[in-house]
Design a protein around this ligand. Structure first.
Ligand code: G16
Length: 550
């Protein structure tokens, strides 16, 4: 085998979005498309490392969510890594590693960084999406500075260095070699499971299942399946069959692996049956998102973060208390109320898990969460689906209470933040950009305006000043905040691959327990109408309502 140098040329549009480069599979199948991006990444890493050595002599972690093209891409990346100075790659068996597991392995093995192959919750298969992202030595998503440098390099790169070695046997545990680089195929679950054992009371959980506690985890034919099966059924003694759709399939068996009440409808209807299990949960394509479900009761991600914060001391890994909490800007302010009551610092960041990295690294926060079904903690630098499920399981075991009673008690104590997200998908890019531009221009006139009983007390385009590295991220979403705590937020998604997706986030606060059980969409209908009045959503998108409301 030898290292080949082949010419390449720039591809338009290789700028990473909210979480890495996500495109249709057909885009990634273009000759040199993946190679161009990975070579650019390696060039930037080789040029920017402070010791001047770059990747030389370093270890990278590699794995993905098993979606279509995962196995082919793994082989390509190994050959590129071998030709660009990497000393060792730790590869998940079969090319499989969940996103939180990549983070856990990077941290446990003190690797230089890692590459995750995933388009997360986006559908898979030949007509679906593929994606790639880089995580740094803290285990977390690369900063915007790095991803922008990689993007710039994709526009100027002219050659690719790649080994012509034959494909490796990626299903066999053990060490192999390409050129001078070692490839160690590792058990994808082991490091992650060890970390979970440190955080949760596994004896308590084993006792719950031994006494007949029932649970259903829908892994949506995605990468969370092997993790959930090994930990829940294998180690904790949950009955076989507790984890459904547990085998990662290249097309997710046709499911849309996005754990929300719309796409995980099977779980929702199962949990509404009279013989429903005690607890239900789902994960997404790369197992970093989670949805928590009680009997006929769905927990919103914002409430999940608030409850975790309120009860963290009951969980062994957090019994010493929390350093602080953080939520993304569009996430409801439910956690803010808990933080205030507990005297904890509470940070508001832009959408994107990467914005939590500095706060976690600096020891400013312990828990983080987002409205997009993501929760996590300082144990890794990604959100973590199975961690959240184990947290809720441990919480039920420690309190002896059901999901629904825990949430109801929480609302009675702190009040309820009614919350919904309306997605308008596949909107023409110009129409979406025009809507946002006009909203931004209208902001000064919206301040102080009265809508019914509400008055706008803040109208801005959210900007984040990172308190750790002083970087500034502007234009992160238009916020209208009202005098009663209600919020209406508009932003465009950074993870879609077709047209634009307008996200409308609606929230209102209800302190009165007698008014805390209104169906969410009814409770927020007036804010939805207000949003349409202000932004002309129906007129501009041509859609009479959202394509997804969760
Ligand atoms: C990614 C990011 C999250 C973000 C979500 C939605 O999640 O890591 O931080 O909240 O996308 O982003 P957007 O609203 O821009 O589509 P994932 O699970 O897709 O990696």
């Amino acid at each position: 085998m030898t290292i080949q140098t082949t010419p390449t040329q720039a591809f338009a549009g290789q700028r990473p979005g909210t979480s890495g480069l996500r495109k249709k599979v057909s885009v990634f199948l273009q000759p040199n498309y993946l190679e161009n991006f990975v070579q650019s990444l390696f060039d930037v890493l080789n040029a920017s490392a402070p010791d001047g050595l770059g990747l030389h002599g370093q270890t990278l972690v590699l794995g993905g969510d098993g979606r279509y093209h995962n196995r082919v891409a793994v082989q390509t990346i190994l050959k590129l890594a071998a030709a660009n100075g990497v000393r060792r790659v730790l590869l998940g068996q079969g090319g499989i590693l969940s996103t939180p597991a990549v983070s856990a392995v990077i941290r446990a093995r003190e690797a230089f960084g890692g590459i995750v192959l995933s388009a997360s919750h986006n559908p898979g298969g030949p007509d679906g999406d593929f994606g790639i992202k880089y995580n740094a030595s803290n285990g977390g998503p690369a900063t915007e500075t790095l991803t922008e440098a990689v993007y710039a390099r994709t526009q100027t790169v002219t050659q690719i260095n790649i080994s012509d070695a034959p494909d490796l046997a990626i299903d066999t545990l053990g060490v192999q070699q390409i050129e001078t680089m070692q490839v160690e195929v590792i058990d994808p679950v082991a490091d992650y499971a060890a970390l979970m054992r440190e955080l949760f009371d596994f004896d308590l959980l084993r006792g719950m299942f031994a006494r007949g506690f029932t649970m259903r985890v829908d892994a949506m034919n995605a990468v969370g399946g092997p993790y959930a099966k090994e930990i829940l059924e294998g180690e904790l003694g949950a009955p076989v069959g507790t984890v459904v759709n547990a085998t990662p399939l290249p097309d997710f068996g046709g499911l849309h692996p996005d754990p929300n009440p719309v796409n995980a409808e099977n779980l929702i209807s199962h949990m509404a049956r009279s013989d429903a299990p005690d607890f239900g949960a789902a994960m997404d394509g790369d197992a970093d998102r989670n949805m928590v479900v009680g009997r006929n009761f769905v927990v919103t991600p914002s409430d999940s973060l608030a409850l975790m914060t309120a009860h963290a001391k009951l969980i062994p890994g957090y019994k010493a208390g929390l350093l602080g909490v953080a939520r993304s800007m569009p996430t409801s302010a439910a956690v803010d109320r808990v933080a205030r009551a507990l005297g904890l610092p509470c940070f508001e960041t832009p959408t994107g898990w990467k914005f939590f990295g500095n706060l976690l690294d600096a020891g400013r926060v312990t828990l983080c969460g987002e409205e997009s079904y993501g929760t996590g903690s300082s144990h890794v630098r990604e959100k973590d689906g199975l961690w959240a499920i184990l947290f809720w399981l441990n919480l039920q075991g420690a309190t002896g209470r059901s999901v629904e009673s825990l949430v109801h008690e929480h609302w009675r104590t702190y009040g309820r933040n009614y919350y919904t997200r309306h997605d308008y998908e596949g909107v023409a890019v110009d129409a979406a950009n025009g809507l946002m531009a006009d909203l931004r221009a209208a902001l000064p006139g919206l301040l102080g305006r009265i809508f019914g009983s509400r008055c706008v007390v803040l109208a801005d385009d959210f900007a984040y000043n990172d308190p750790v590295d002083a970087s500034v991220s502007k234009a992160q979403g238009v916020r209208l905040i009202f005098d009663d705590g209600a919020r209406v937020i508009f932003r465009l998604s950074g993870t879609g691959t077709e047209g634009a997706t307008l996200r409308l986030y609606l929230e209102s606060y209800e302190a009165d327990p007698a008014r805390q059980d209104i169906p969410v969409q009814s409770a927020l209908a007036d804010l939805a109408a207000l949003a349409d009045q202000v932004a002309g959503i129906a007129r501009r998108t041509g859609m009479s309502g959202p394509s997804v409301a969760t």
